[in-house]
Design a protein around this ligand. Structure first.
Ligand SMILES: Nc1ncnc2c1ncn2[C@@H]1O[C@H](COP(=O)(O)OP(=O)(O)O)[C@@H](O)[C@H]1O
Ligand SMILES: [Mg+2]
Length: 482
């Protein structure tokens, strides 16, 4: 291909267009870099190396960013097209990330005044480049591939942004740290599978906002439900599915962590909904939750919404593939169910925090019961361990027929009071309204009453269930009359 003079046939006034397109709306360096990584993945790369440097030149230090992959590379024709706007080997496709033929040039120019692309296959490397200043000054656009230095892999591609003038980080270390987080999150699926991504030689680890695989003190978040699937019509008249997963964080095991740890792990600061297109995150925040607003409790559950590019119209995907703007049919299909699940999970978290408070307050009674246990008739249980019992007292929703439930396990008598039985409100609500010291004594007396009953039931060797049911029903009926 030869360099073309600007003629009246051209759709674009290149000298102006190349400056205007710099404002195509990439929100950050990470979303711009994501276009390059998307391309590498589509070229079957398994390794992507990002190198960031600030070479000091005489006038001013410019940040230089290089992204090199070991994908299939490009032939001369592909290379000649790749920096053209609309130049795509997969224009209009919906199989994966690329579809517009804009990502490489638009994302690059949003960050740099000069971009060069080198690709190699079978030992031959060629390169093309764009220079904003030269074209703005009226130079002809020259995208003729020229021979260049290949990379170390058998085939691959290297993109160099050599004059980044829009990066706001004063220190490269901060930029690197921020990219580790954002790219680790965006590409978590691929980093868990076949992709090795490095930034200046250091491995990018997957960052999973659902925390399903994040082990802290021996616990991870858990799937709250089986994944949900919503069927929608594509613009091509076929059907495709949106998959939604909810995870719940273990409040009882993680609530005590300090704020620095909570932030580092992602319990705080990573909350809300993560939207994945073709497995890559393109939006995060509070999406498709109907009229429900986000509260602090909602940090303790997560939602992941996944869709295929066939549903781009429903998600309102624009050229720079950042964020979503859900269509009305999409909202109608998803929001009612997602909103009610959000409210349910919010209520569960609230309950879990109530339970944490309840257990902390009940610890005093449990200590007293354990101290008294030495003076009580020995209870024999299966297993090696013998000696005095310890006690644990909690609260939670149970079937309405029983006031509480107890079981002896590993020498601990574990009693759960049913928050749904009328006895709970009748006994604990007045306690909360009372002055502190008096309430504490009464609370201890009440809890010892229950713990002693449970112990007596074990000691008597009978199944106390029938008695407890009858007692619960009677007490419940009487309370309703009072
Ligand atoms: N890392 C790469 N390896 C191989 N080919 C690439 C790479 N990056 C870009 N290309 C080629 O350049 C074309 C243009 O890329 P892009 O502007 O991102 O558009 P799109 O991804 O929508 O096709 C792609 O269609 C592809 O053929
Ligand atoms: Mg692309």
């Amino acid at each position: 291909m030869t360099a073309r003079r600007q003629s009246n046939d051209d759709l674009l006034v290149s000298s102006n267009f190349i400056q205007a397109v710099r404002e195509s709306g990439y929100l950050s360096i990470s979303t711009a870099l994501a276009e390059l990584i998307d391309n590498s993945l589509q070229a079957q790369a398994t390794e992507v190396a990002i190198r960031i440097a600030r070479p000091t030149t005489a006038d001013r230090p410019k940040i230089e960013i290089e992204v090199e992959d070991n994908g299939v590379g490009m032939d001369t024709q592909g290379l000649a097209a790749c920096l053209r706007f609309g130049g795509s080997s997969r224009f209009g496709e919906r199989a994966s990330f690329g579809r517009f033929g804009m990502g490489l040039p638009a994302a690059s120019l949003s960050q740099t005044r000069r971009v060069a692309v080198t690709a190699w296959q079978g030992g031959r490397a060629r390169s093309v480049s764009l220079d904003v200043d030269a074209i703005a000054a009226g130079a002809a656009v020259d995208l003729e591939p020229r021979s260049a230095e290949p990379g170390s892999s058998p085939s691959g591609c290297r993109v160099v942004w050599s004059d980044c003038d829009r990066i706001e980080y004063r220190r490269l270390a901060w930029l690197e740290r921020s990219l580790h987080r954002s790219l680790g999150r965006m590409y978590r699926r691929f980093l868990n599978e076949r992709l090795t991504l490095t930034i200046n030689g250091s491995l990018v680890d997957p960052v999973d906002p659902t925390l399903l695989t994040t082990d802290v003190e021996g616990h991870t978040a858990q799937l709250a439900f089986e994944p949900l699937h919503f069927e929608l019509a594509t613009s091509a008249g076929e059907t495709a599915y949106v998959t939604v997963r909810f995870s719940a964080l273990p409040v009882s095991h993680w609530h005590h962590l300090d704020n620095v740890t909570k932030r580092r792990v992602g319990i705080v600061g990573q909350g809300g909904v993560s939207v994945l297109r073709a497995g890559r995150e393109i939006a995060s925040g509070w999406h498709l939750m109907g009229t429900k607003r986000k509260e602090n409790y909602d940090d303790w559950w997560r939602c992941e919404i996944e869709f295929d590019p066939a549903l781009d119209e429903h998600f309102g995907i624009t050229i720079n593939k950042q964020g979503i703007r859900p269509s009305q049919p999409l909202r109608e299909a998803l929001e009612p169910e997602l909103e009610s699940i959000a409210r349910l999970l919010n209520a569960r978290v609230r309950q879990a925090f109530e339970e944490v408070k309840f257990q902390a307050a009940a610890a005093a009674s449990c200590r007293i019961a354990a101290a008294a246990d030495r003076d009580l008739p020995v209870i024999h249980s299966r297993g090696k361990a013998q000696g005095p019992l310890t006690y644990r007292l909690g609260s939670g929703p149970l079937p309405i027929e029983i006031m509480f439930q107890s079981q002896l396990r590993h020498r601990t008598l574990d009693l759960t009071i049913n928050v749904d039985h009328p006895a709970f409100a009748a006994l604990y609500r007045p306690l909360q309204a009372m002055e502190e010291a008096a309430a504490a004594d009464l609370r201890t007396a009440l809890e010892l009453l229950l713990l002693s009953y449970a112990r007596a039931a074990v000691q008597s060797g009978q199944d106390g269930d029938e008695m407890l049911r009858a007692w619960s029903a009677t007490y419940g009926r009487m309370l309703q009359r009072s």
